[in-house]
Write a protein that binds this ligand. Structure first.
Ligand SMILES: *Cc1c(COP(=O)(O)O)cnc(C)c1O
Length: 240
């Protein structure tokens, strides 16, 4: 568990890196949102980050996320909760009822369930499609060739709002490789956005969720609008 001071200092440092990366690539820092990935860290750490000014948080595991959201119910309407992990069908209802965003849509069935299960009193759920850009059979995410069909299907769902694409490239220290992977997702995003079918909803299709602690600079250079940063804010994770 991190103490309040180090979370605050880490956040300030990450925001500075984000700002530098944006300026270096001729972008505005306000074009990229910081999503603080709080998985495995307690609600008290989320509260510390919130008190230091952070408003958007990402969780990977449904049960853990839902209980943290409940623990922090007093600040629920001041926080945006993003689900970013693999999603099983039998857990989709909890996500539909509790989160504001889902970054990890990887098949039609999950989108349909979230649409059916999203309560009427809540805003439509913001969703991104997770894309398998490195093309490995083992990796999750939609194949680029299947993307436009899934986009069209999701756009017809009234309780979902298709916001963009997300990817988790193969980790590498090679910055050129990081940029190439991120560029691939950005190119797919631009092509889709240009597509006539998306033109009518282009005001919503605005999100490129890419970049984590170790590759956020490369991701921002390639057009990321949301970087998902855990370790650099909360510290190293220990999995039980
Ligand atoms: C854990 C996780 C992150 C954050 O990773 P860090 O390397 O700790 O910054 C981002 N995105 C997803 C999908 C994750 O699972």
């Amino acid at each position: 568990m991190g103490d309040m001071t180090s979370i605050k200092a880490n956040l300030a440092h990450v925001l500075e890196c984000l700002s530098e990366a944006a300026h270096a690539s001729g972008r505005s820092p306000s074009d990229t949102q910081l999503l603080a990935v709080s998985k495995t860290f307690p609600a008290s750490d989320v509260r510390s980050a919130f008190e230091a000014g952070q408003k958007a948080f990402g969780e990977n595991y449904v049960q853990e996320g839902v209980s943290k959201i409940a623990e922090l119910s007093d600040i629920r309407n001041q926080i945006e909760w993003h689900f970013i992990g693999p999603l099983q069908s039998n857990k989709s209802k909890d996500v539909a009822e509790n989160f504001d965003w889902v970054h990890s849509i990887d098949r039609l069935k999950i989108a349909q369930r979230l649409n059916d299960q999203r309560p009427d009193h809540l805003q439509p759920l913001n969703v991104c499609i997770q894309v398998n850009i490195s093309g490995e059979a083992s990796k999750s995410g939609v194949e680029p060739s299947e993307l436009s069909e899934l986009c069209v299907a999701i756009m017809a769902m009234p309780k979902l709002r298709l916001r963009g694409l997300m990817s988790i490239p193969e980790p590498t220290d090679d910055v050129a490789q990081q940029r190439a992977d991120h560029k691939q997702l950005c190119d797919l995003f631009k092509t889709l956005k240009k597509n006539l079918l998306l033109q009518s909803l282009s005001s919503y299709f605005d999100t490129l969720s890419m970049g984590m602690s170790s590759d956020m600079t490369a991701a921002i250079a390639e057009g990321s609008t949301i970087v998902r940063v855990g370790t650099a804010i909360f510290g190293k994770r220990t999995y039980l």
